[in-house]
Design a binder for this molecule. Structure first.
Ligand SMILES: [Zn+2]
Length: 285
């Protein structure tokens, strides 16, 4: 018997196949453009496996009860409000949990930690956040808490996909970093960060100030940096930490660490949440 964790990304879907908690295999497929095609692809991917628990991590905010995407949706057009759990059920596929991908990534990290009040900052195409506090994910009143990519950091700045101007993800995401690096003529992220380029220094200082704000609000025991950024430029964690300590007030400790699971966190967390959900249900029988 297997447990399954699927991460639906903007470009790739990754299915993690677990046995006894161990990841034994990862199957990949391009993410189709249409939600119905996504369901067909999921059906094809999970068909070979006799599974106990099945969880899905997705971009965007979710309606946990309905196992549906919320109106904010994700990267797939027509994904807003899509009833993924119901569509899968019609195909005879039982889904235990649908959860936001950054929340899943943090749950994956927490499996190996003993501390509490842990902040996850996913620096990828955008910036996603998750916060683990009091032994559980902090979800907020409508379940869409920790949308830290949409904190305005520049008044009247670049227009964000969310409709606001000057959102943090327009400036401090891996995508924004990549644009600055290419414009300065660098191929490797760490080379760009080590350079004397004004745009590299401005990126570090700006991202450090942004993280200082988050630390001042949340007082986390650890800030885990995940997403494509730590693959592009592994030195970013040490550089941000130094800049935070240099620029922050006396309360700032900058407890930055790279996320341990890298890009596998979403799959691992989705599987763990699905197992927890099934255990909870069995206890109620
Ligand atoms: Zn925004």
């Amino acid at each position: 018997m297997y447990d399954l964790g699927l991460d639906i990304g903007g470009t790739t879907m990754k299915l993690g196949i677990f046995r006894g908690g161990e990841l034994i295999r990862v199957d990949r497929a391009p993410t189709p453009k249409d939600p119905n095609q996504v369901v067909n692809e999921i059906a094809r991917m999970v068909a070979p496996f006799d599974y106990e628990a099945f969880g899905i991590a997705t971009a965007g905010t979710v309606n946990r009860e309905k196992k549906a995407l919320s109106d904010l949706g994700g990267n797939i057009s027509g994904w807003q409000g899509y009833g993924l759990g119901e569509a899968l059920a019609k195909r005879g596929i039982r889904l235990d949990v649908l959860e936001n991908d950054i929340n899943c990534a943090l749950v994956g990290e927490m499996d190996n930690r003993r501390d509490d009040h842990v902040l996850y900052v996913g620096m990828g195409t955008g910036i996603g956040g998750a916060f683990y506090s009091g032994g559980e994910l902090y979800l907020g009143s409508r379940g869409s808490a920790m949308e830290i990519g949409h904190i305005v950091v520049e008044k009247g700045g670049v227009l964000c996909a969310c409709g606001q101007r000057g959102c943090a993800e327009g400036y401090f995401s891996a995508r924004a970093f990549h644009g600055l690096m290419k414009a300065a003529g660098y191929e490797r992220g760490d080379d760009f960060l080590a350079s004397n380029e004004a745009s590299a220094q401005a990126f570090i200082d700006g991202a450090a100030d942004y993280l200082i704000g988050l630390e001042n609000v949340l007082n986390p025991s650890a800030i885990l940096i995940g997403g494509g950024m730590i693959t592009y430029a592994p030195s970013i964690v040490a550089r941000l930490k130094a800049a935070m300590l240099r620029r922050g007030n006396g309360n700032v400790r900058a407890p930055l660490e790279p996320a341990r699971l890298g890009n596998d966190g979403g799959m691992v967390g989705a599987m763990l949440l699905a197992k927890k959900e099934r255990r909870g249900r069995e206890n109620h029988l």
